[in-house]
Design a protein around this ligand. Structure first.
Ligand code: SAM
Length: 388
């Protein structure tokens, strides 16, 4: 049955058959089992089962560049009608428009989720849904100071997104922060700053923390931080592997070469732990979305291949993250005009990218020197005026 196998889309052609042959040519490039077209004076009927949408769009766009206005309007209308279908499955490089639910292995997914207790660990949270404005004096500011104290000056529920990378306790040489203390002390301090961060985060706001475990101490910081957030009743949205592809790590430790006694595992990546306060869905205006189709498709895959920062010498900071990492986070998880906070802002990578991408920002760092560098970086940062 055609109706069971195809989604049927009707498109008006204003009673003209003009240029239909060219449109038919494009359809003929695709298997009839995937998509086909019937045309008459009344209009066009598209039968859609599955489609390599990228190829289809490419072919249509080539045609609309060379055709007259009437054809290109018709082409756009066909393309938009297909584009606006947001429910489909993915099968290889094709969008599957019909029967994709049947292919799911688990039937009654929603009821089963309820039964299992979706993010059960957030039960009993008492996050207020009332969000507040950030007082004007903090907007677009770099604030030198200890985040443990500075954040106390902000009201509850006023920040849309926090992206940060705390000191990892590796023993790096920061300006005036002693890196490498006893782990219990380290976590006490970190958690008191993260607690404040959660307080200032809006309802449905996101907090994303970039960390790397100190493998040689066998301390899984990323798990410990995630466990802390879950105990604070935030929803775990996911974990992103930031693969830096730096094979700088040592091959073996004495006694571990080619022996099961204690092989040393190697990593070329760091982690980004993504948490939400109260709700997974963050409301925002459609016109404030600035991620392109291609970026979205790439960034929702939870492994990001991004080279490490190359400008650490220039800024005199030992542990910066690269601008492209911040760009991905902000485009995927925030809207333009959102307020972005980095409580360990260093030389201001987060704040510079936030400015460039038309977000508001607040950056706090304990080092006056790093804050001064973050300020001068902002002065050189130009707001991006192109759409994507
Ligand atoms: C890993 S670095 C962040 C670097 C930053 N992502 C960048 O790209 O420049 C951690 C930063 O935390 C700062 N820091 C350490 N303790 C702090 C505290 N209690 N309050 C605010 N900043 C602190 C350090 O000075 C350091 O710059």
């Amino acid at each position: 049955m055609i109706a069971d196998n195809y989604k049927i889309i009707k498109v008006r052609n204003n009673g003209t058959q003009h240029g239909i042959d060219k449109i038919e040519q494009v359809f003929s490039l695709f298997p009839k089992e995937d998509i086909f077209l019937e045309s008459s004076r009344k209009g066009l009927v598209i039968y859609l089962h599955q489609l390599n949408f990228t190829d289809f769009e490419k072919n249509f766009k080539t045609l609309s560049d060379t055709s007259d206005k009437r054809i290109s309007e018709l082409l756009n209308s066909i393309l938009n009608n297909i584009k606006k279908i947001k429910s489909y499955g993915l099968k290889g490089n094709k969008r599957l428009y019909v029967g994709y639910n049947k292919e799911r292995k688990v039937k009654g997914r929603k009821e089963k989720e309820k039964e299992r207790g979706i993010y059960y660990y957030t039960k009993g949270n008492n996050f207020s849904k009332k969000n507040n404005e950030v007082p004007k004096q903090f907007i677009n500011k770099i604030i030198p100071g200890n985040s443990e104290e500075v954040l106390k000056e902000l009201p509850d529920n006023c920040i849309d997104l926090i992206f940060t990378s705390p000191p990892y306790n590796f023993g790096l040489s920061y300006d005036n922060h002693k890196d490498g203390t006893n782990w219990e002390e380290y976590f006490d301090k970190l958690f008191s700053i993260l607690k404040e961060s959660i307080r200032v985060l809006k309802y449905a706001g996101r907090i994303i923390v970039n960390v790397q475990p100190l493998f040689s101490d066998y301390i899984p910081i990323h798990h410990i931080i995630s466990d802390f957030f879950m105990k604070q009743k935030l929803i775990w949205k996911g974990e992103i592997i930031w693969d830096k592809h730096n094979w700088n790590c040592k091959y073996t430790a004495w006694g571990s070469w080619k022996s099961p006694s204690s092989p040393y595992l190697k990593y070329t990546w760091e982690f980004l732990e993504v948490f939400c306060k109260g709700d997974l869905k963050k409301p925002g205006l459609k016109e404030n979305i600035d991620i392109s189709d291609e970026e979205f498709k790439k960034y929702v895959i939870g492994k990001w291949d991004v080279a490490p920062a190359r400008n650490m010498k220039e800024y005199g900071h030992p542990a910066m993250f690269p601008e492209s990492l911040v760009e991905r986070v902000l485009k995927l998880f925030s809207y333009k005009e959102d307020v972005i906070l980095d409580p360990f802002n260093g030389v201001g990578t987060t704040t510079a990218v936030a400015k460039r991408l038309s977000r508001k920002y607040i950056g706090v760092d304990i080092s006056k020197e790093y804050c001064a560098k973050a300020e001068s970086r902002l002065k050189k940062t130009v707001v991006n005026t192109t759409l994507f």
